[in-house]
Design a protein around this ligand. Structure first.
Ligand code: ES4
Ligand code: ZN
Length: 326
């Protein structure tokens, strides 16, 4: 079997995926028409052509604008259903999905609207595809800690449907320390904790996420190699990194996929996983990320199997369920 077939056929978990970043240009176009939202594009091709980014912020500006077409429960259902259907095609059997409530509540769209749509699609995917899915509620780090506290409070009716709390958006200038109190509170409520760190930000932000937020996983973390002591700590504690190769390329964290350090991190004994981040903006879903790594770094079958096993090891699934895939 070719490596590409192995990549396609092996069961995988995805652990770093922003649902708003799975909005296809086609769905964006359709929903803009439905709600009479004016987009700064003449057609679907122009939307696609706009996806050229020079850094994280240039992407986030488009990503938040794009999310503006999501208005009613059906829109959020369709968004989630399209992503989970894609998971079925890619043999993703479990996925831990980030959503950004503040992107919607700031526009006057309440938890009741987006959560109803998300949960309906997740239930349908379990029934029809056998796919399990968890939700990670992410705070926007360019907003205040008070705003994050308010969001955590607003989410109260949905706590049983939320597995983890995360931290995303503009990293530089918004270190994990800014959110120490709200994450302490979230931890005390029983949520797992994740945070984007070391994507554009320095290794010290990864340390802060570990020491101040008590994270269960680091999202990205690719700048950890700048600090030997941090590398040793990540290895010893087996703190997972959810790495997103096509994202790193598209946001110019690396200049060429051949430069990606994911295999070096794996060989150094770190628990790394492959993920798609914002697949429709960055040019590929999960299997595309595996294939891009294979093309540039020549993965072998053992490495693909290790990365797939890692995706379950690093997940928040119960240990007995993980065991079936490791
Ligand atoms: C994101 Cl790639 C990335 N980094 C930080 N925040 C994000 N939100 C959506 N995608
Ligand atoms: Zn991300």
């Amino acid at each position: 079997m070719s490596l590409s077939s192995i990549i396609n056929n092996i069961p995988k978990a995805e652990l770093h995926l922003h649902i708003e970043g799975s909005l296809t240009p086609e769905l964006m176009w359709r929903l803009a028409k439905k709600h009479s939202v004016t987009l700064p594009y003449a057609n679907v091709e122009e939307i696609e052509a706009a996806y050229n980014f020079e850094d994280l912020q240039s992407f986030l500006d488009l990503y938040y604008a794009g999310a503006g077409v999501l208005r009613d429960e059906e829109d959020f259902f369709t968004l989630m259903w399209e992503y989970l259907s894609r998971c079925f095609d890619d043999n993703i059997v479990h996925t831990e999905i980030m959503f950004d409530p503040q992107t919607h509540t700031e526009r006057g769209i309440s938890f009741d609207v987006f959560m109803a749509g998300f949960l309906r699609a997740m239930t349908k995917a379990k029934e029809e595809y056998g796919i399990s899915s968890y939700l990670i509620m992410s705070f926007l780090r360019h907003l205040s800690e008070d705003d994050a506290f308010k969001t955590l409070e607003e989410a109260k009716p949905y706590y049983e449907h939320i597995t983890a709390v995360g931290l995303d958006s503009s990293e530089l200038g918004h270190p994990p320390s800014k959110f120490e109190r709200v994450f302490k509170h979230a931890k005390s409520l029983g949520f797992k904790i994740v945070a984007h760190a070391g994507e554009e930000g320095p290794a010290s932000y990864i340390w802060e996420a570990i020491e101040l937020l008590d994270v269960d996983r680091i999202d990205h973390g690719v700048r950890c190699q700048e600090d030997d002591a941090l590398m040793a700590h990540l290895k010893e504690k087996q703190i997972p990194l959810t790495v997103c190769p096509l994202s790193n390329l598209k946001l110019c964290v690396i200049d060429d996929m051949k430069e990606h350090n994911i295999i070096e991190l794996l060989n150094a004994g770190l628990l790394v996983t492959v993920n798609s981040d914002d697949p429709t903006y960055f040019g590929g879903f999960l299997n595309d990320n595996f294939n891009a790594l294979h093309q540039s770094l020549n993965l072998d079958e053992h490495t693909v199997r290790t990365l797939a096993a890692n995706s379950f090891k690093a997940s928040f699934l119960p240990e007995n369920v993980k065991a079936d895939f490791i």
